[in-house]
Each structure stands twice: as structure tokens, then as C-alpha cells.
Ligand binder design. Structure first.
Ligand code: IMP
Ligand code: MG
Length: 187
């Protein structure tokens, strides 16, 4: 497969690098204040959230640990969530009695976060909050609590800064929107 230049997909840059940096700094500040005196256990859902996690944690002034889990919500080429998620990689550590902060790249329909929260709650953390970089509010189908939100974005398929188009382009330093004719491909 030949990887095309991202300019062929890019409709517009929705959030430039500098804007991301500034907002993530603010989120780090806010989270540090809220969790003062406590330790945070950050849980990142692979793979989209890794770049956000890596940047966010460097703005935290409170002690924190990290762990990862992976779930599958999309098939390759599909642009819509199914409403069902499957755990493909579970956490390494027990979260019982810990202050857990879930770090996500994007909340769309809300099904992913809803299922993950339901699952994590069965393990009885002391607290469980959600931090998402992006929120596609218009597309929400199930109500989910979001405690920290980087940006509200319109109903566009986005990529870059951890988010992929069929697994590629996660390295781009900005959030870009894909051209609308490529948003809901027939496959
Ligand atoms: P939800 O279950 O519909 O809320 O979908 C959340 C997941 O879908 C995210 O964690 C992403 O992996 C993926 N996703 C949703 N929208 C986008 C997008 O615009 N670009 C890339 N991935 C997305
Ligand atoms: Mg994700």
C-alpha cells in the first residue's frame, strides 16, 4: 500500500499545533489543582490517546502513574462506532482504591467511554474521571460524564496528533479534518 501525502485528505487544519500546546498546558494546570495532595493513576486507551497522554502528563505537577488498555471499536475503513467495544489488552495494574483519570483522544457517540467506565467501575477505583482532548458533542448518542475537555469540535472526521486514518498519520502535530467526501466511505 502506498501511503499518500496527507494533503490529499486534508480539508483544513482544525486545531494548529500551538493551540493544542496551549490548551494542554491549561488542562495540566487544572488537573494538578484538582488533584492536589493526591496521586493520579492515568489510564490511556490505546492507541489514539498516546500523544495526548505524553504531552499532558508533562504538565502535571502531582505524582502520577500510567497504565494502558486497548479496545476495538472500529474495523479498518469503517468510520462509525458499532456501540460495542471489546477489550484487546487489559490493564497491567489493579485500580482498586486509586484515583483514576481516563485519558482519551476523542469522544464521539460516547459508547466507547461508556463501556470502559462501566468496566472500570466494577474494579472499584476510589474515583474515576474522564479527560478527553476532543469532544464531538453533536454526535453524542449516550450520556457520558466528561470532567476535562480540550476542545469541542464539529462533526468531521479528524486525524493527526494520535488520531489515525486507517492507522496512519498519527504523527502529525495538528488536528486536521478529512475532506467530507472521504468521511463516510462505502468501503
Ligand atoms: P465513540 O465510541 O463513538 O465515542 O468513539 C470513540 C472512538 O472512535 C475514539 O476513541 C476514536 O478511536 C474513534 N474516533 C471517533 N471519531 C474519530 C475521528 O474523527 N478520528 C479518528 N478516530 C475517531
Ligand atoms: Mg480512541
Amino acid at each position: 500500500m502506498k501511503i499518500q501525502d496527507y494533503h490529499e485528505f486534508l480539508e483544513e487544519i482544525l486545531i494548529p499545533e500551538e493551540t493544542l500546546k496551549k490548551r494542554i498546558g491549561e488542562l495540566g494546570e487544572e488537573i494538578s489543582q484538582d488533584y492536589e495532595g493526591r496521586n493520579i493513576h492515568l489510564i490511556c486507551i490505546l492507541r489514539g490517546g498516546v500523544i495526548f497522554l505524553a504531552d499532558l502528563m508533562r504538565h502535571l505537577k502531582v505524582p502520577h502513574t500510567i497504565d494502558f488498555m486497548a479496545i476495538s471499536s472500529y474495523g479498518l475503513g469503517a468510520r462509525k462506532t458499532t456501540g460495542k467495544v471489546r477489550i484487546t489488552l487489559d490493564l497491567k495494574e489493579d485500580i482498586h482504591n486509586r484515583d483514576v483519570l481516563l485519558v482519551e483522544d476523542i469522544v464521539d457517540s460516547g459508547y466507547t467511554i461508556a463501556s470502559v467506565l462501566e468496566l472500570l467501575n466494577t474494579r472499584h477505583p476510589k474515583s474515576l474521571c474522564v479527560c478527553t482532548l476532543l469532544d464531538k458533542v453533536e454526535r453524542r448518542e449516550i450520556d457520558v460524564p466528561i470532567h476535562y475537555r480540550g476542545f469541542e469540535i464539529p462533526d468531521k472526521f479528524v486525524f493527526g496528533y494520535g488520531l489515525d486514518i486507517d492507522e496512519y498519520y498519527r504523527n502529525l502535530p495538528f488536528i486536521g479534518a478529512i475532506k467530507p467526501d472521504l468521511y463516510n466511505p462505502e468501503e
